[in-house]
Design a binder for this molecule. Structure first.
Ligand SMILES: *Cc1c(COP(=O)(O)O)cnc(C)c1O
Length: 216
């Protein structure tokens, strides 16, 4: 079913929308199956788990970090990931930059936005984005390419629409202000919300359950 689920979703979403297959808790065999169906980007939440899978699967796909990164995992994360979608602090950015300099790698990042200003959630508040980008641009081995948001946990995905819309607005605003050639990704939407997210301008969606089934 994994193959069929992936193909169905890939065919359903517009071709300009990147599909990140979120594979936390899934086995190497399950990931191999989705790759054979055409998946090109695998998302992982945890560095250790990603590292184990990366050791077997390697560079035939792109690896995106979608979970919060701990500072003591930065070294491994820089080695494994092609993009970090969940950058949520300057401290972490500095640590990533330092490690990237050592291994001469440029790390594409998306800035995680806490679009509903939830106290318990990671991410940059919408009103803090411009100052955050300003600081990031001083770090030469980090390449900001756009925004990622989760949005609040709501039963009805339609209720997420205003949060996605707001994130789209600050994405566009930052694009005008900073005029970065590589500022092009807006990562929003998961299994239950990707349709609404795409309607609100997402061009990257992160989907796990709708492809692999419920996580146990
Ligand atoms: C787990 C996860 C997803 C995928 O969620 P599903 O509901 O399984 O599609 C997307 N983004 C992030 C940041 C996640 O942690």
């Amino acid at each position: 079913m994994i193959k069929e689920n992936f193909i169905k979703i890939r065919n359903e979403i517009p071709t300009n929308v990147e599909l990140v297959v979120v594979a936390k808790t899934r086995t190497v065999a399950e990931i191999q199956e989705v790759i054979s169906a055409g998946a090109t980007i695998i998302g992982e939440n945890y560095v250790k788990e990603a590292g184990e899978k990366y050791a077997t699967i390697g560079k035939k796909v792109q690896w995106h970090l979608v979970g919060h990164l701990q500072k003591n995992k930065v070294k491994d994360a820089v080695r494994i990931f092609d993009m970090m979608e969940s950058l949520d602090s300057l401290d972490l950015a500095a640590a990533i930059n330092k490690e990237c300099r050592k291994v001469q790698k440029i790390m594409p990042v998306l800035i995680e936005i806490n679009c509903a200003a939830e106290w318990q959630k990671a991410g940059i508040l919408p009103e803090g984005l411009n100052a955050f980008v300003q600081e990031l641009l001083k770090l030469k081995t980090i390449k900001p390419m756009g925004l990622m948001t989760m949005g609040p946990l709501l039963k009805n995905p339609q209720e997420l629409r205003p949060y996605f819309e707001k994130t789209r607005q600050i994405f566009e605003k930052a694009k005008k202000i900073f005029a970065l050639a590589d500022w092009k990704f807006l990562s929003m939407g998961m299994s239950d919300s990707y349709k609404v997210a795409i309607e609100e301008g997402a061009n990257m969606v992160r989907i796990g359950t709708a492809i692999f089934g419920q996580r146990s």
